[in-house]
Design a protein around this ligand. Structure first.
Ligand code: XBP
Ligand code: MG
Length: 232
C-alpha cells in the first residue's frame, strides 16, 4: 500500500540550480576570488553532488597548485554561498515546479506522508518552504538533507534516512527525482522513482525510473511523457 511520497529538492521541487550557481559566483566575488561559473561549467560541475563536494572538486581540478590554502577557505566560501542563496530564493520568490503544490496537498488530503530527501543543505530547504508556504505551514512530515547522510547521492543513504524518519518501508513509498544520481540513490534505497527532468538535467539518462515526464503538470498545462527512457 502506498503510504508516502519522498521528493528531491533541487530541480524537483523547484528550479533552484541556477540560483545555486549565482550564489556561488556572488560568494566568490565577495571573497575576492576571480572565479565565475558559467551555466555550461556548472552543468559539468553538477556531476559532483553537494555544493561543498563540488567546490572541493573544482579546487582540486582547476587550482591544484594552491589547493591546501583554498580548501582551508572552503567552509567560509560555502557558508557565504548558503546565506546568499537564501537571499536569492527569498528576493525572487522562487516558486515550486508545476504540479508540486497540488500533489503535496492531494497526498496529505489522502493521508499519505510527505518527505524530502536532498543533497542540499538544510537551510536551503527551510528557505524554499518559508517562501512557498508562508505562515509557518510545514508541508513535510520528514526532511533528510545535506550532511545528515554520511554519503551523498548517488549513495542511497539520504533516501534511507527519509524512510527511517517516516517509519515507512521502501515499497510503500514513491520517490520523485530529476537527476541520474538522484534516481540511482532512490533505486538503491529500494524505492520506485518517477522522474521529472529539470533545466540542469537535460542530458541525464533517466533509466530505472518507472516513468519520466516533463513535470507533474497543471490542469491547464499537462505534462509530457519523455521518450527514450529504459523502464526496469
Ligand atoms: C543537488 C545538489 C545540491 C545543490 C547545492 O541536490 O547537488 O548540492 O546543488 O546545495 P538535490 P549545497 O537534487 O539532491 O536536492 O551547496 O547546499 O550542497
Ligand atoms: Mg535534484
Amino acid at each position: 500500500m502506498l503510504r508516502a511520497l519522498i521528493f528531491d529538492v533541487d530541480g524537483t521541487l523547484a528550479e533552484t540550480e541556477d540560483l545555486h550557481r549565482q550564489a556561488f559566483n556572488r560568494a566568490f566575488a565577495a571573497l575576492g576570488l576571480p572565479w565565475a561559473w558559467s551555466p555550461a561549467t556548472y552543468r559539468d560541475l553538477l556531476a559532483v553532488m553537494g555544493g561543498k563536494e563540488r567546490l572541493a572538486h573544482f579546487i582540486d581540478t582547476e587550482h591544484a597548485d594552491e589547493a591546501a590554502a583554498l580548501h582551508a577557505r572552503a567552509p567560509e566560501i560555502h557558508g557565504l554561498k548558503t546565506r546568499l542563496y537564501g537571499e536569492l530564493v527569498a528576493a525572487g520568490g522562487l516558486g515550486l515546479r508545476p504540479g508540486i503544490r497540488r500533489l503535496i496537498a492531494e497526498a496529505r488530503e489522502a493521508g499519505l506522508r510527505v518527505a524530502v530527501a536532498t543533497t542540499t543543505s538544510r537551510p536551503n530547504v527551510d528557505r524554499l518552504v518559508a517562501v512557498n508556504f508562508p505562515g509557518g505551514e510545514q508541508p513535510f512530515d520528514a526532511i533528510a538533507a545535506g550532511d545528515e547522510a554520511a554519503r551523498k547521492k548517488p549513495a542511497p543513504d539520504i533516501f534511507a534516512l527519509a524512510l527511517e524518519r517516516l517509519g515507512v518501508a521502501p515499497a510503500e513509498a514513491v520517490a520523485f527525482e530529476d537527476s541520474a544520481a538522484g534516481i540511482r540513490s532512490a533505486l538503491d534505497a529500494g524505492l520506485p522513482v518517477l522522474a521529472t527532468r529539470s533545466q540542469y538535467t537535460e542530458g541525464h539518462p533517466l533509466d530505472g525510473a518507472f516513468s519520466a515526464v516533463s513535470d507533474l503538470g497543471e490542469p491547464d498545462r499537462p505534462h509530457r511523457h519523455l521518450a527514450g527512457v529504459a523502464w526496469p
